[in-house]
Write a protein that binds this ligand. Structure first.
Ligand SMILES: CC(=O)[C@@H](O)[C@H](O)COP(=O)(O)O
Ligand SMILES: NCC(=O)COP(=O)(O)O
Length: 244
């Protein structure tokens, strides 16, 4: 079975737009779990633009499916992960200027920073996964670093059209096989939607897909009707009690 990890970052994005308490990504994670999520994913960014430290701690305490924490190789965040102990730590490249993660981590050549983070996480008993472009050299280096999983970056696939789409899908298949042959778990994610998920879910031996933006975008849409009806109800109740 291919597991679904639901990324709840953008529930927190809406909350942080007003620096208030709602919507709470912890509540969203609970509902995602009720809906059948096999895991909950979130990205604790250095700039704290969406997920906050408080979310990370409460999520780890309250979620019963596996917790996948994404972050860059920054000492402060690696220390938080070692303290909170998610089931998986997904190391990603991160820049403050980006709107979202733009590419895979580069682990070819000098990867001391990554190797140090992996060691610290492993010493804390946390399984480590690396977010990589579908590039065989990166996968070879990931295997040498001793991580348990690779999450293939599906962003370029998600954006590709026509022949490029077939090419990107083939890269994912070829590199997916390389991940499995090297003895690591195969995960994939980024930019997956209701329209483009099936070819990726059908890649042999893929164990987990992490999907966020598209699910949260759909949740906003399918939930609006009830949210408006609930507000109408509140107003009507008040009007009933105050009208002559
Ligand atoms: C690693 C990855 O592909 C994305 O999940 C990304 O890290 C999510 O971060 P944002 O939600 O800030 O785009
Ligand atoms: N690692 C990928 C992820 O968690 C979800 O990415 P997206 O679906 O929000 O693009």
């Amino acid at each position: 079975m291919v597991e679904l990890g639901v990324n709840i970052d953008h529930v927190a994005t809406v909350r942080q737009a007003r620096r208030t308490y709602e919507p709470d990504p912890v509540a969203a994670a609970y509902l995602a779990e009720l809906g059948g999520a096999d895991g909950i994913t979130f990205h604790l960014r250095e700039d704290r633009r969406h997920i906050q430290d408080r979310d990370v701690r409460i999520l780890k305490e309250t979620i019963s499916v596996h917790v996948n924490m994404e972050f860059g190789c920054v000492r402060e965040i690696v220390d938080i992960a070692c303290d909170v102990k998610p089931d998986w730590a997904l190391l990603v490249p991160e820049s403050r200027e980006e709107v979202t993660t733009e590419g895979g981590l580069n682990v070819v050549g000098d990867s001391k920073r990554v190797a140090d983070a992996i060691k610290q996480l492993h010493d804390a008993g946390i399984a480590v996964s690396l977010f990589l472009d579908p590039d065989e050299r990166q996968i070879e280096s990931a295997a040498a670093l001793g991580v348990g999983a690779v999450e293939l970056h599906t962003g370029p696939y998600a954006l590709a059209k026509g022949e490029a789409f077939d090419r990107e899908l083939q890269r994912l298949k070829t590199c997916g096989q390389a991940v499995v042959d090297a003895g690591m778990r195969l995960h994939a994610g980024h930019g997956l939607t209701y329209k483009n998920v099936q070819p990726v879910a059908a890649i042999p031996n893929v164990r987990e897909l992490n999907i966020g933006h598209s699910i949260i975008a759909r949740a906003v849409m399918v939930g609006i009707q009830k949210a408006v009806a609930d507000m109408k109800h509140e107003i009507e109740v008040a009007t009933r009690s105050t009208s002559p």
